[in-house]
Ligand binder design. Structure first.
Ligand SMILES: Cc1ncc(COP(=O)(O)O)c(C=O)c1O
Length: 355
C-alpha cells in the first residue's frame, strides 16, 4: 500500500475507488462514462450529491448547492462577478498563491480590490491577525487553507459584510458554520472527489443581484442553481464519485468524526517536527494547517538521504510545492493515521542514522 501525501488530486477512501471502478463497468447496465446526464439515474446521483453536501455541512435553509466545472480558478472569477454590487469594491486577504490568484481575477472583472491584510512580507508563513476590515465593500474574500504554504485560518474573519471563501483544501475537514458565509467555493480534488467538479454553496439572497455589465450565462450562479447543476453537461464522473465519497463520509461519522481524526493526524506529525532536531516547521505554529503540513530539513545536505528513506517506505507526494521547496505532507480526510505513523517512523529512523 502506498502512503499518498499528495496535495491534490489526492487520496480518497479505497472503498470509493472500488465503487467508482465498478460503476465504470456497470452503473445501470451502462457505464457511468456513457450514461446521459439527463437520464433519471444520473439525475438521482446529482440530487443525492447536492443533498449530501447539505447534510454533511448542516447547510441551513436559504442556501443552495451547485456543482460546476472550471476548478476553483474559475471560482475566483465567478465569486467576483456574482458578488459585485454598487460599490464594486471588495476586501481581499492575501495569504498565498491562490489568494493572490483570486485578487488578480477580481481586478480583471472590474472589482476595485482593497488588500486589507497580507502575509506576503514573510513569504506567506502566517495568517494576518492585525487588520481592519473595510466597511465600504461589496464583500470580503479569503482562502481558508493555504495549500502551498501550509497555513490555515483557525478563526474566520468576522464581518457584517458578505463573506466569501475559497475552501478548496479544507472543506469537509472540520465543522463550519455555513450561515457565516454568503458564498463558499471549492475545487473537488481534495476532500470531495476527483478533479473536474467545483462545489458552490451560495446564499439564495446573493443570486441574480450582480451589478456586473458582463455576465456570461455559465458564470451566473443563479442559472446553475435554477437548473439544479444541469445547465450544461456536468462533470458526470466527478459528481458521481463525490457522491460516493460523501456517502462514505456520512457512514463514518460525518465531518465531526473527520475533524477528530484530522486533529489526531496533525498532532502526531507536528509533535514529531517540533521534537526532532533535524526538522523545522515552515510556518507560524499558531497558524499551522491540519491539511498541508510544511517542513524543511535543518541541513539540506541530508536531502538525498531523507528522500531515499521515505520513498523506500512507500510514501509518495511528499516534496513541497515547486515554488517553495522543502516538504509538504498533505493529510486529507482519507489519509489514514497509519500513514502518518509511517512518516513519523521514517523521520525518527532518519534522525537515528544522521542525528
Ligand atoms: C486553496 C486553493 N484554491 C484554488 C486552487 C486552484 O484550484 P483549481 O486547480 O481547481 O483551479 C487550489 C488548488 O490546489 C487551492 O488549493
Amino acid at each position: 500500500m502506498k502512503h499518498n501525501f499528495g496535495a491534490g488530486p489526492c487520496i480518497l477512501p479505497q472503498e470509493v475507488f472500488h465503487q467508482a471502478a465498478d460503476a465504470v463497468l456497470d452503473f445501470n447496465g451502462l457505464s457511468i462514462l456513457e450514461v446521459s446526464h439527463r437520464h433519471k439515474d444520473f439525475v438521482a446521483v446529482m440530487d443525492e450529491a447536492i443533498d449530501l453536501v447539505k447534510k454533511a455541512l448542516h447547510v441551513p435553509e436559504g442556501y443552495s448547492v451547485a456543482y460546476l466545472q472550471g476548478g476553483a480558478s474559475l471560482g475566483f472569477t465567478i465569486a467576483a462577478l456574482n458578488m459585485m454590487r454598487d460599490t464594486k469594491k471588495a476586501g481581499y486577504m492575501n495569504t498565498g498563491t491562490w489568494a493572490s490568484g483570486a485578487i488578480k481575477e477580481a481586478k480583471k472583472v472590474g472589482i476595485d480590490v482593497n488588500v486589507f491584510a497580507s502575509s506576503e512580507d514573510k513569504k506567506f508563513s502566517y495568517i494576518p491577525k492585525d487588520y481592519s476590515i473595510p466597511s465600504d465593500a461589496d464583500y470580503i474574500h479569503f482562502t481558508s487553507n493555504n495549500t502551498i504554504y501550509g497555513t490555515q485560518f483557525h478563526a474566520f474573519p468576522s464581518t457584517h459584510l458578505p463573506l466569501v471563501c475559497d475552501m478548496s483544501s479544507d472543506i469537509f475537514s472540520k465543522e463550519i458554520n455555513v450561515a457565516d458565509f454568503d458564498l463558499i467555493y471549492a475545487g473537488a480534488q481534495k476532500n470531495l472527489g476527483p478533479a473536474g467538479a467545483t462545489l458552490y454553496i451560495v446564499k439564495d439572497e446573493v443570486l441574480g443581484k450582480s451589478t456586473s455589465p458582463f455576465m456570461p450565462t455559465y458564470l451566473d450562479l443563479k442559472q446553475h442553481v435554477e437548473k439544479e447543476s444541469m445547465l450544461n453537461t456536468p462533470p458526470v464522473f466527478s459528481v458521481y464519485v463525490a457522491m460516493l465519497n460523501l456517502r462514505n463520509l456520512m457512514a463514518n461519522g460525518g465531518v465531526k468524526a473527520m475533524e477528530a481524526k484530522n486533529n489526531a493526524k496533525a498532532t502526531m506529525l507536528y509533535t514529531e517536527i517540533d521534537k526532532n532536531p533535524l526538522f523545522n516547521g515552515s510556518v507560524a505554529p499558531e497558524d499551522r494547517s491540519k491539511m498541508n503540513v510544511t517542513f524543511t530539513l535543518n541541513d539540506e545536505a541530508h536531502q538525498a538521504a531523507f528522500d531515499l528513506l521515505w520513498k523506500s517506505a512507500d510514501i509518495v507526494g511528499l516534496p513541497g510545492h515547486r515554488s517553495t521547496g522543502g516538504y509538504r505532507a498533505s493529510m486529507y480526510n482519507a489519509l489514514p493515521l497509519e500513514s502518518v505513523q509511517v512518516l513519523v517512523e521514517v523521520m525518527r529512523e532518519f534522525t537515528r542514522k544522521n542525528g
